[in-house]
Design a binder for this molecule. Structure first.
Ligand SMILES: *Cc1c(COP(=O)(O)O)cnc(C)c1O
Length: 724
């Protein structure tokens, strides 16, 4: 059945002048998020409103005073930029696919559509349907797919309360404030049928006679379409309407219901819209029920379970993202009985056979979504070289008789979408020094040779601009919190009012998962205080990050940092910025001087924030785990690496904290403050430039996606599973 999308009603009551009418189209496609010149068209009409609407162009246009359009209309330069952006936008949308990267290098894939499933997508801070790195990676993946011209449809859930907005109490305790996402104020449109009625699909829970009804929202991401399923639909029982509303809230049963909606509902939504993917990528095990639904379809069409499973395997890619056991969903058999008793007969299986699909004796006795995914996907990968080794050992028992190094799981190291993560001042520097086509040839190391031609003066000036943008941004955030009246003076101190533009600034921002050890640098507080308070060579640290709402331990770590930030002995040189999200991340990764990462190895599967820092000329100081093990040069010429300690627990922490202090005292602080007569730190800049040159080509989403295409997508798309 062909389907159509409801007309864009988002701007029905807004009168945009004819000359600027296409702003509405730009607002409804997230392409603007990685095209700074498109973003500036909104920004320049009303910078303050752009900021207060969270850079959400849909809300922005809905709230803009119509008089403001006159600013643009009266400015020939604005109109010229508008025309150029619209022309590029149309060229992107209407391009003959044969001219794209995929058309040139993997033309077979133009006849195939990939379905990419992920429980979260981090695309922009105004669409808070992600919690951390996994979601941001999924977002970067589909943005790059758009750039390369790969035909992709993506599937996820519309979380109306998003993840959480973080507020800290005067006591430093994290409050989990739900976001409030109104689909009409987002770049999303409801998918409708030929009669203009909302298109619904149905998924059975524990009582198959009362299936749940799901609506489908469409979000445009360049040339890629993302479909978001939504259980908040009239006619559904009240208790079911909030199932898809929060990302990672609730208990195991809630989680299982969400995953049923994503997996089973996702396949049915694509079918209902007449979309026929020929290969499928499950980003982490959360979406693994989509595999069962596809098996069910084949069995309904007459295949045996084994034949059906073989077809599904041949056409499926599965990526696992963490070696942390708690990161893998496991559902108790009682829950599986409740929700799948009506389902397994449709697969041609009995209970035992069905539960065996999710068995992983080594770690548990429940239904393990990662084990299920490994069993039903022939293309399997981890996300860094080291994570590949760990994964093969961790899951070796799924392949009895195989040694870990024979386990058929490969790795594709993560990468970041450079046009998204390169800060505007740095991107203009690249435009000017490399040429505007650096984005299209970013995976070629030769592209980045030109970095050496940039004068140190110019390079430093651009970095200092990003740094002062960060500090101004942090001040403005805390000023607003103060003005809102619920912030006490001690909280203002913790938010970083004393940060200095001239001091070496360390950034540490990530989810407060325990293995990331956010408080490691406080291991010896006296020594840290001496480093920070050196009157000649001061050092300051900016922290940010959210703890999972159910993670008391993570919240205590945040509280500890908050108290340290207020402690006079650290001289106001520690700040905690509330509400870490993609917006704050963009300021931090470009605006600090050094990016710190000290996970407990080998638990950081890849990590991506350090890549974002490096491409902006901010070197890393990091434990050699995940991606940094592959990127670091042993002479420290592109950043600083710390060998993981062979010890365990407290002794390991002590050892690694010592190594951090020593690196700061002996090498990093002296290097930063070694200034020539002009006040420029030439030795530091050499490291920063080398960070860009070595990280940008190899840790870009472009390199990553091309690797997926050549090694995993082509075999899946052209496999025998796609016999017609
Ligand atoms: C990039 C990013 C992450 C992932 O960072 P890691 O280094 O992998 O921990 C998490 N959250 C946000 C908001 C990000 O932008």
């Amino acid at each position: 059945m062909p389907s159509m999308t409801s007309p864009a009603t988002a701007f029905a009551s807004v009168s945009i002048p004819e000359r600027l009418a296409r702003l509405a189209d730009l607002a409804m496609n997230l392409w603007w998020t990685w095209n700074d010149d498109a973003a500036s068209l909104f920004h320049d009409l009303d910078p303050r409103l752009w900021d207060t609407t969270n850079e959400n162009p849909v809300q922005f246009l809905q709230q803009l005073d119509p008089e403001r359009f006159a600013v643009g209309l009266a400015d020939p330069d604005y109109l010229r930029r508008y025309d150029a952006v619209v022309a590029r936008f149309d060229a992107m949308l209407n391009a003959d696919r044969s001219t794209t990267w995929v058309g040139q290098h993997a033309p077979e894939l133009l006849d195939h559509t990939l379905a990419y499933f992920s429980a979260e997508f981090g695309l922009h801070r105004a669409l808070p349907i992600y919690s951390g790195g996994l979601g941001v990676l999924a977002g970067d993946h589909i943005k790059e797919a758009s750039d390369l011209g790969l035909p992709v449809v993506a599937v996820s859930l519309l979380y109306r309360h998003g993840y959480l907005s973080q507020r800290l109490t005067a006591d430093g305790w994290q409050l989990d404030v739900p976001a409030d996402l109104a689909p009409s104020a987002e770049p999303s449109t409801l998918v409708c049928d030929e009669d203009g009625e909302p298109l619904y699909v149905h998924v059975a829970f524990d009582r198959p006679e009362y299936p749940l009804r799901l609506a489908i929202w469409r979000v445009n991401v360049g040339r890629v379409t993302l479909y978001l399923l939504d259980s908040d639909v009239e006619g559904n029982p009240d208790w079911t309407r909030t199932i898809s509303s929060r990302l990672y809230g609730g208990d195991q049963e809630h989680r299982l219901r969400q995953e049923l909606i994503l997996g089973v509902g996702g396949v049915r939504a694509l079918r209902a819209m007449g979309i026929a993917p020929t290969y499928w990528h499950a980003n982490e095990g959360h979406s693994a029920f989509h595999l069962l639904e596809r098996v069910r379809e084949y069995v309904a069409a007459g295949l045996t379970f084994d034949e059906a499973a073989e077809r599904v395997r041949a056409t499926t890619i599965f990526t696992t993202h963490t070696p942390v056991p708690a990161g893998h969903d496991v559902f108790p058999p009682e829950l599986m009985d409740r929700y799948f008793a009506h389902f397994w007969p449709q697969l041609g299986l009995d209970r035992e056979q069905f539960l065996a699909l999710g068995r992983h004796e080594k770690t548990d006795h429940g239904f393990n979504m990662t084990a299920l995914s490994f069993r039903l996907a022939n293309q399997r990968n981890a996300v860094s070289e080291r994570h590949g080794e760990i994964t093969r050992t961790m899951w070796a028992d799924l392949w009895p008789g195989k040694e870990p190094d024979e386990v058929p799981v490969t790795h594709v190291t993560n990468g970041i979408h450079l046009p998204t993560w390169t800060a505007a001042p740095v991107a203009s520097l690249f435009d000017q020094e490399i040429g505007p086509d650096w984005r299209e040839k970013s995976d070629d190391p030769a592209t980045w040779e030109a970095i050496d031609q940039i004068s140190d003066e110019e390079f430093w000036e651009v970095h200092c601009r990003a740094k002062s943008d960060l500090i101004a941004h942090l001040r403005e955030r805390s000023r607003r919190r103060w003005a809102a009246g619920d912030f006490d003076p001690a909280q203002v101190v913790a938010a970083g009012p004393y940060l200095e533009e001239d001091a070496l600034t360390i950034g540490f921002a990530r989810r407060f998962a325990t293995y990331k050890r956010a408080t490691l640098i406080f291991h010896d507080p006296d020594r840290l205080a001496r480093i920070l308070n050196d009157p000649e060579r001061p050092v300051q640290i900016v922290f940010a990050g959210k703890a999972h709402p159910a993670d008391e331990g993570g919240k205590r770590l945040i509280q500890e940092i908050y108290w340290r930030a207020r402690d006079p002995r650290f001289g106001g040189r520690i700040a905690f910025a509330e509400d870490y999200d993609m917006g704050l991340a963009a300021y931090l990764v470009a605006g600090v001087d050094l990016w710190l990462n000290n996970p407990r190895a080998p638990l950081e599967a890849s990590g991506t924030s350090g890549m974002k820092a490096a491409v902006n000329g901010v070197p890393n100081l990091s434990i050699l785990d995940g991606w940094w093990r592959e990127a670091w040069l042993p002479d420290n010429s592109n950043g600083w690496g710390l060998e993981p300690s062979p010890l365990e627990g407290w002794a390991q922490d002590a050892d690694e904290a010592e190594a951090i202090y020593e690196a700061l005292e002996q090498r990093i602080v002296p290097c930063y403050y070694d200034r020539g007569p002009s006040g420029i730190p030439h030795a530091w800049i050499a490291v920063a430039k080398n960070a860009i040159k070595t990280v940008a080509p190899r840790f870009s989403a472009r390199r990553m996606l091309i690797e997926y295409i050549n090694r995993l997508y082509l075999p899946a798309a052209t496999s025998s599973g796609n016999r017609r």
